[in-house]
Design a binder for this molecule. Sequence first.
Ligand code: PRX
Length: 572
Amino acid sequence: MEGYIPPTSAGNLQDYEVASKEFTWASVDKEFDWSKGSVYNVAYEAIDRHALNWRKNKIALYSINAEREVQKYTFGELSRISSRVASGLTKLGAKKGDRIFVYLDRTSELYMAMMGIVKMGGIAGPLFSALGPEAVKDRALDSGTNIIITSQYLYERLLPILDDLADLRKIVIVGASGDMDENCVSFDDLLESGDPNFQAINMAPTDPYIIHYTSGSTGKPKGVLLGHRAMVQQCITSRWVLDLREEDTYWCTADPGWVTGTSYGIFGPWYLGTSIVSYEGRFDARTWYDILQRYGVTVWYTAPTALRMLMRAGDDLVKEFDLERVRHICSVGEPLNAEVVRWAMRTMNRRIHDTWWQTETGAHLICNYPCMTIRPGSMGKPIPGVIAGVVDEEGNEVPPGTEGYLALRPGWPSMMLGIYRNTPRFKEYFRIPGWYIAGDQAYRDEDGYFWFMGRADDVIKTSGERLGPFEVESALIEHSAVAEAGVIGKPDELRGEIVKAFITLRPGYKPTEELKEDITKFVKTRLAYYAYPREIEFVESLPKTRSGKIMRRVLKAKELGQPLGDLSTLDD
Ligand code: PRX
């Protein structure tokens, strides 16, 4: 068909149809050392077992800092350093099952800390360093965090909220300077105190190794628990979807504060012993191309907003670089426009493989594979071993071409274990019997390709970051001028969506530009720099239900000039 992009070579997954028929999850077990009697622990499989063979001296991590200096670590080195972290944490009193947060920029210590926590049986809670103190507080209180590993400047950012965290016992500080509180330890001292030969703790497949906070349409962010069993799926999809091979140099641009940055920024590639590149700095088109070229990146996992920004930076820029070594490109997090796929074909002669999954799913579920024809704009087909469907309210599959709920048959290995201390919320995903309901609207075409249509709820995706309107509204009403706030995602060509806030003011406040700026700054520093409303509109009143709930659906329809739909529950 016109516009479809056929494969150029088969890749690791030679035949999708055959694999879909024959594949069993059990066949992946033999990849791991636990199947030969070693401990069951994702950190052991990602790092330690490579330190026992020739990969001991292979580079595991190229850690590029914001100044573009690089530090290199072999699997052998990371094994010993993360053992020191694990042992040091144990000496600080950390125990199996403790929630230990990692609030760091994307530096090498972040990787060491994550591995160390998981090795000693802890539940690692990676937090994006762009989060503000209030956002950290919400997460720390929800999870009863015992230890936070952070850096000096981020520690200082947290000072106003630390006293509120009743369960917090210790803070480990990278680059600690000045006098330290008695509950603080420097990262260097932690390493010094730790045993480099500490052995990873044996875990159960259903023990969690990570807690990722993510947003829904109601309430504060929820803690999604992923289990050690997820390794099976992360491993096989790193091979099939990311197409990783021994000789690859792989760059995942997602921050480990989000699931892509851990499932495929750390664990998946390291199960396969792949060298990964990590870059601390922020997006810049020239820098990104330079990293691809300079480090000879062969496999690249990124997001639509970044790709759109690269596209916008112009064809001349991309042509300045030799990107011939980039063999395979994947994308995740938001709809990948067909236009971007065509741009990559034109400028780099490479296909971009869209992948669909969620924090809650722990690993890839619906993807494009090197061996499969790409239909630009489609998310692809379910990975072998997974059954996906598009269903109606009763769970019946709807005919091809018909929009419905994107659903999965539960039970894939990396499916979340639960939502931390929130069973009702967990059960909501399974409200339609027999299915896991993802929260997205989609349709399937005649040939089994899935197409994303939108969210079924109010969740916002801005530059690929998932954001709940409730969080933003809660932050907004903390501002002294704000009486009420209703927040929606407004479609945006570059960022997918932007946050738009409708605000009513308290008596005595004037709707000025200065006030907008002040409110913006307030949200940025408290919640997260990406969570602020790029558009604010002051209004006289907000549409509400008779029970007083703000009707975001009405705000959105008005904003987009669409029909307002059923207004029977609207107050006056
Ligand atoms: O709405 C879908 C969108 O991102 C949501 C999951 O967000 P998060 O948990 O942050 O995980 C992102 C990375 C795993 C989904 O429910 N989404 C994710 N991938 C795609 C997507 N929307 C369209 N196309 C995709 N490929």
